[in-house]
Design a binder for this molecule. Structure first.
Ligand code: ADP
Ligand code: ZN
Length: 788
């Protein structure tokens, strides 16, 4: 009997019998297999999570039989299945949901073909064919399988790789407004990036085929295989990022001290966690690389993870430079499914040590003997995935080093308050670097009180504009942070004052001038602009507020005529490779000003930047999140860290309407220790993490369902009653900060407790109170990073 976790809905773990047509030894734990499901005999892929003899089958129960293995040797090792089980328990989901969320798409499909080589002409059979055969015929195939006369053909992805569609030009596109299908294709590619033709036709309908061909003929879209010689993620044509360390450098004293400490931990045969707390520009990367060298020399593998692709790319080229003859794997969520599948399979088989570089999803690669995992910029919230499969990369990494007796190294200039608290509690060791490597000095930070500035005067104060202009005139560079993309976040109807809102989320639509569209930043809904006011049918709108697009436009007016401005945000970086090109162009001084969202605060090195401006310092402070101050502190110190990295001194100007906030006194001197001391006391007093365990339970239901409120109230009663019993504080229900999203009404409960078990018990009871098939959806988010 086999317990098999399904990799697609319903994601259940079901028992199956081993069939007569294959020897029992063909089935192994950790192996992918194809099984029938339900009355119609649909085929599903699953993973064998346990193998038991048939005596454990209850009398009278007739199990369905497995159909066929999808591979001869198991894809996943026992430790890997152990990790999956842990994650499933922790987040209260099934093992199938975990596996379905972390395996590359090609490994979840049941569309597997076998090639039968029985001496005659080779023939190919699909799983569907096999299911339709008589038991006798299947036994014949089984005998051939046992004699190695059956091959497994890889998935169909390779063909798709030959026809990848990608945009060649940015909006606005020169397409007639009446060419609706062409616009649809362009918008879709703009949102999703590179897609295979097959997927595009699946998702938009085969009706767009002609439009796609026209776009390709007109040179707006490219269809073809990936271009050779480029780094897949940053599409850096030279594949040679400027960052890296060749031979002939020595560690600075602080780097050496940190390295020595960590190296001792690495050689210790017990699992360890450590924090490298080094200011921006202190040269944390070299410490990671030297430690990686130690681990490799011990015959252990290394994982280096960054919160974002562009940073991972940089790390990747630094690794290749440091270890030119070492096999290195690069993995991230932006790669094609085929590429990811290839890496996954290679690592599943591999037993020799290697280096893996990537973003959070790389943590799930099935590599063996992990001696070192590094999480750079560990405070970054992108290490938590909160859509689909929920997990915190730090926890998964912790679990993995526990299994392999390895070292988990977290690096940051502004550590997560929780991590720093763990250091204070002596659960995590720490290395400290307080000096910048090389020339750079930390910049001087000043606050600019804009409380009395009229909103209609634009977002930059006169003093701020003056400093930007002077810096540009001196031939130096400026970065401007504005954490709001698009042109204007609100559009008022000039005739009736009505605000244009998303029909599915009830939030204001953001005007994107470049695309001539109004877009919902929460669900992606968009309409082309100009649009008719839904209230008075008026056609004229007044854009209110300022996003990166408008800021860029306004800057042109105040700067010398030949000034070049670049913009870095999610819109300007959609096309593959665009992000890297913008960063490179700015680093090469092809532009004097870089305007962008939080993207530009992360880890980039621009030696000629002497002024960093934070246009709206308060933006994050007012979010309904107990970590609002921590986030703001981290973002602003990181952004400030972009200035003064070269020979010339840097300055930072932060505009705020709330100059009294406690956060500012510490941002000014990049005083993390001071900030931490203040913040941790506030958390202790108000009972927030790390002093309690905090979780969010979210409920949502369709807008038109009138039983929803009643159910939410019932659940509150369930939670309250159990909360008393288990000593869990239940706050709510309250409407979520985004009360409507994607056509569903949303409520939430905040749970605080001393342990996770009580919280899980409550969630379990609430979930059980909801009948099967109900329109109400419930989910648990442990230690949420996103409170919206
Ligand atoms: P961090 O990640 O700590 O902000 P980086 O690792 O990006 O800092 O390093 C900052 C700069 O310092 C890089 O340009 C790097 O080349 C330089 N650097 C780091 N360590 C050394 C060293 N030991 N000798 C010379 N330059 C160094
Ligand atoms: Zn929406």
């Amino acid at each position: 009997m086999l317990a098999i976790s399904l990799l697609t809905p319903p994601y259940a773990t079901l028992s199956y019998a081993t069939p007569a047509w294959l020897d029992v030894s063909a089935w192994k734990c950790g192996q992918r297999v194809i099984v029938p499901l339900g009355k119609g005999g649909m085929l599903r892929a699953g993973i064998v999570v346990s193998v038991d003899d048939d005596s454990s089958v209850k009398e009278g129960v007739v199990l369905k039989e497995c159909l066929w293995p999808a591979e001869r040797e198991p894809l996943l090792r026992p430790e890997y299945l152990g990790m999956v089980k842990q994650l499933a328990l922790r987040h209260m989901v099934t093992e199938g949901e975990v596996l379905g969320g972390l395996l590359p798409a090609g490994l979840r499909t049941s569309k597997i073909r076998l090639r039968i080589l029985d001496g005659g002409k080779p023939r190919t059979v699909t799983m569907r064919d096999l299911a339709g055969m008589s038991a006798e015929e299947r036994s014949r195939v089984g005998a051939l399988w046992a004699g190695n006369a059956v091959e497994i053909l890889d998935s169909t992805f390779d063909a798709e790789e030959q026809e990848l569609c990608s945009l060649l030009v940015d909006p606005p596109w020169s397409v007639r407004p009446s060419a609706k299908r062409q616009i649809e294709v362009l918008e879709y590619l703009h949102d999703k990036g590179m897609l295979s033709r097959t997927r595009l036709l699946q998702e938009l309908g085969s009706g767009i085929s002609a439009a796609l061909n026209t776009l390709a003929e007109r040179g707006l879209v490219r269809i073809g295989p990936r271009e050779g010689g480029t780094c897949e993620s940053c599409e850096d044509e030279s594949n040679e990022c400027s960052f890296g360390f060749g031979e002939g450098f020595t560690l600075l004293p602080e780097q050496q001290a940190a390295f020595d400490d960590f190296s001792a931990l690495l050689h210790d045969e017990t699992p360890k966690s450590a924090l490298l707390y080094g200011i921006t520009g202190s040269g944390k990367t070299v410490v990671y690389l030297e430690l990686a060298a130690e681990a490799l020399a011990k015959g252990l593998s290394v994982m280096l993870l960054a919160p974002e692709v562009a940073l991972a790319c940089k790390l990747d080229s630094a690794v290749r430079k440091r270890f030119p003859s070492q096999e290195c794997f690069f993995y991230n969520g932006y790669q094609s499914p085929t590429e990811r599948e290839k890496t996954f399979r290679l690592l599943a088989k591999r037993t020799t040590p290697c280096v893996i570089v990537g973003t959070r999803s790389a943590l799930f690669l099935p590599s063996s003997r992990l001696g070192l995992i590094v999480l750079d910029e560990e405070h970054d919230t992108s290490f938590k995935q909160d859509e689909g499969l929920v997990y915190q990369a730090k926890e998964v990494a912790h679990y993995r080093v526990q299994q392999s007796n390895g070292l988990l190294l977290l690096g940051s200039a502004t550590p997560d308050v929780k991590t720093f608290h763990a250091v204070q509690q002596q659960a995590v060791s720490m290395g400290v670097m307080k000096e910048r490597a090389g020339e750079g000095k930390l910049p001087e930070v000043s606050l600019l009180n804009i409380k009395n500035m009229k909103r209609s005067d634009g977002i930059l104060a006169a003093e701020c504009k003056k400093q930007i202009r002077e810096t540009v005139e001196r031939g130096e560079q400026v970065v401007i942070l504005l954490n709001r993309r698009g042109y204007a976040p609100l559009m008022y109807c000039l005739d009736c004052g009505h605000v244009a809102r998303c029909p599915h989320c009830e939030v204001g639509l953001t005007y994107h001038k470049g695309r001539e569209r109004l877009i919902c930043h929460y669900c992606g809904y968009s309409v082309s602009y100009p649009v008719v006011c839904s209230k008075c049918k008026g056609l004229h709108y007044l854009p209110m507020g300022e996003g990166t697009e408008k800021l860029e436009e306004n800057l042109i007016e105040i700067l010398p005529p030949d000034t070049k401005i670049l913009r870095l945000d999610r819109d300007s970086t959609r096309r593959p490779g665009k992000m890297q090109r913008i960063l490179d162009a700015f680093a090469n001084q092809e532009a004097q000003v870089l305007v962008g969202t939080q993207m530009l605060s992360k880890g980039h090195h621009f030696p000629n930047v002497t002024l960093a401006v934070v246009a709206d310092g308060d933006l994050g402070l007012n979010l309904p999140d107990y970590r609002a101050a921590e986030r703001t502190f981290q973002l602003l110190v990181q952004a400030s860290g972009r200035a003064g990295r070269g020979e010339k001194a840097g300055r930072v100007l932060i505009q705020t309407r709330d100059p009294g906030h406690y956060c500012w006194q510490f941002v000014g001197s990049a005083d993390y220790d001071g900030f931490y001391a203040e913040e941790i006391e506030r958390r202790r007093k108000r009972k927030y993490p790390p002093f309690v365990k905090l979780a969010l339970i979210r409920a949502s239901y369709p807008l038109d369902w009138n039983k929803g409120v009643e159910w939410v109230e019932t659940l509150t009663e369930v939670a309250r009653a159990l909360g008393k019993e288990h000593d869990v504080r239940v706050l709510g229900h309250t409407p979520s900060p985004l009360p409507v999203l994607r056509g569903r009404k949303r409520f939430q409960w905040t749970l605080k407790s001393d342990d996770w078990i009580s919280i899980r018990t409550l969630y379990y009871a609430m979930r059980n109170a909801v009948p099967r098939g109900s329109k109400l959806r419930l989910s648990l988010d442990i230690d949420p990073v996103n409170m919206l």
